[in-house]
Write a protein that binds this ligand. Structure first.
Ligand SMILES: Cc1cc2nc3c(=O)[nH]c(=O)nc-3n(C[C@H](O)[C@H](O)[C@H](O)COP(=O)(O)OP(=O)(O)OC[C@H]3O[C@@H](n4cnc5c(N)ncnc54)[C@H](O)[C@@H]3O)c2cc1C
Length: 372
């Protein structure tokens, strides 16, 4: 298509929502896409990467539909774009409960949920011995449900992979902070650029961006920290399942002798960027209750990211009220790697069908409104 006829789209934010939207739009020859990303406080790069929403205790119907279909969509996207196992892997997940009666209940829930989510795959009860077979370092005695369709993704690799594919189709990626001047104009380094559409996928940075257009956004920042441990005795096999132990931090063996423990949930933190001693203590002591051989000297890395959450913990996405040019998404909270790619796909479909309203969402006016 002639460049002059192409619709110009800006995407602000290169986390999982922005990067997926950039990939999807770039594949369509009618869009010329520019993605701006400052990289600050990015949740996607810091995230643990667990994709296993089916046994969540959350009662929000829209959220569950979005997370369930989001998990299925990631699997499709991984296949379509030929992601490596280090980027996306169906490793299986193990979810534990302390009381045997709770394991029974969990198993019933899993079997019921699988009726509408066949991608959950095999569901089976596993005892402490079976778990040690799958995860040899676990020393705690746990009672669990294993779900073979559970997956994990590496957020950083996932985003880089999609952006690289987008670049092959003409996507322009600019690593810089921008501001909004009006509904169609982006300001970077004191230069303005006009677009037909702007996608605001800025995670916890959305308030600042929309403030200049006189909108109030009801999202709050939540700091998440996690640790990476080197556990050389751990098998190099990357296909070990993720362990989600009740009341403890998640335990994610990545293979290659690497183990991730995460994450903290710290609302409205004063310090947004630094890894803290308190987080180290919280994460390590929890991990040691699962594997009592772990030591502080095993620590090889830390990650810090900022989640955006809403008062009802639901994400929102869609047209900014009274605008035909700006689409927004935020509030993905602690399950945004699971819901983010599907949210991006739904945002992209709004360009073709502006009035589409899915069964995944509540009215956006619950979360964003013009200041009085
Ligand atoms: C420690 C941790 C563990 C997590 N674990 C999981 C998990 O296991 N499973 C799961 O499903 N989810 C998990 N999450 C949640 C998930 O990571 C987030 O919900 C999701 O990544 C949010 O994606 P996003 O694209 O909306 O925002 P982000 O990933 O935060 O990306 C927004 C981007 O916008 C950029 N930006 C903001 N303002 C501007 C501006 N003015 N100009 C240019 N760029 C700008 C930011 O720098 C950032 O790069 C975790 C989060 C954390 C922090």
């Amino acid at each position: 298509m002639k460049k002059s006829k192409m619709k110009k789209v800006a995407i602000i934010g290169g986390g999982i929502v922005g990067a997926t939207a950039a990939y999807l739009l770039s594949k369509e020859s009618k869009y010329a896409v520019t993605l701006y990303d400052s990289g600050e406080y990015q949740a996607t790069k810091a995230a643990a990467g667990i994709i296993s929403p089916w046994l969540s205790k959350r009662r929000n119907r829209q959220w569950y539909a979005l997370a369930k279909d989001g998990a299925a969509y990631i699997s499709e996207l991984a296949e379509e774009t030929q992601m490596e196992p280090d980027t996306y892997l169906k490793s299986g997940t193990i979810v534990t409960r302390k009381q045997p009666a709770d394991v029974d209940e969990l198993e019933q829930l899993a079997l019921k949920r699988r009726e509408s989510a066949p991608e959950m795959g095999e569901i089976k009860r596993v005892n402490a011995e079976n778990i040690r077979h799958l995860l040899p370092l676990v020393t705690a005695d746990l009672e669990d449900i294993f779900i073979s369709g559970g997956a994990r993704i590496d957020g950083d690799r996932f985003v880089s992979h999609l952006l690289k594919l987008g670049e092959k189709h003409g996507l322009k990626v600019i690593n810089n902070q921008v501001k909004l001047v009006n509904e169609q104009t982006v300001l970077m380094d004191e230069k303005e650029k006009t677009f037909d559409y702007i996608f605001v996928c800025a995670g916890s940075g959305i308030n600042e961006l929309l403030d200049s257009l006189n909108y109030e956004v009801l999202v709050h920042p939540q700091k998440g920290q996690l640790i990476e441990l080197a556990v050389p005795k751990y098998p190099t096999d990357i296909s070990a399942p993720v362990l989600m132990p009740e009341g403890e931090k998640d335990f994610m063996p990545l293979g290659h002798g690497k183990l991730i423990i995460g994450a903290t949930h710290e609302n409205n933190p004063e310090n947004k960027t630094d890894f803290t001693e308190a987080a180290l203590h919280e994460l390590l002591t929890s991990a040691m209750r699962i594997d009592n051989n772990l030591k502080e000297k095993d620590l090889v890395g830390t990650r810090v990211g900022m989640r955006a959450f809403t008062d009802d913990f639901a994400p929102f996405f869609g047209w900014l009220a009274n605008s035909q040019h700006i689409l927004v998404a935020s509030g993905l909270g602690s399950s945004g790697l699971t819901t983010g790619p599907l949210i991006a796909k739904l945002m992209v479909s709004l360009l073709e069908s502006p009035h589409l309203f899915s069964n995944y969402e509540k009215e956006i006016s619950n979360y964003v409104h013009e200041k009085g």
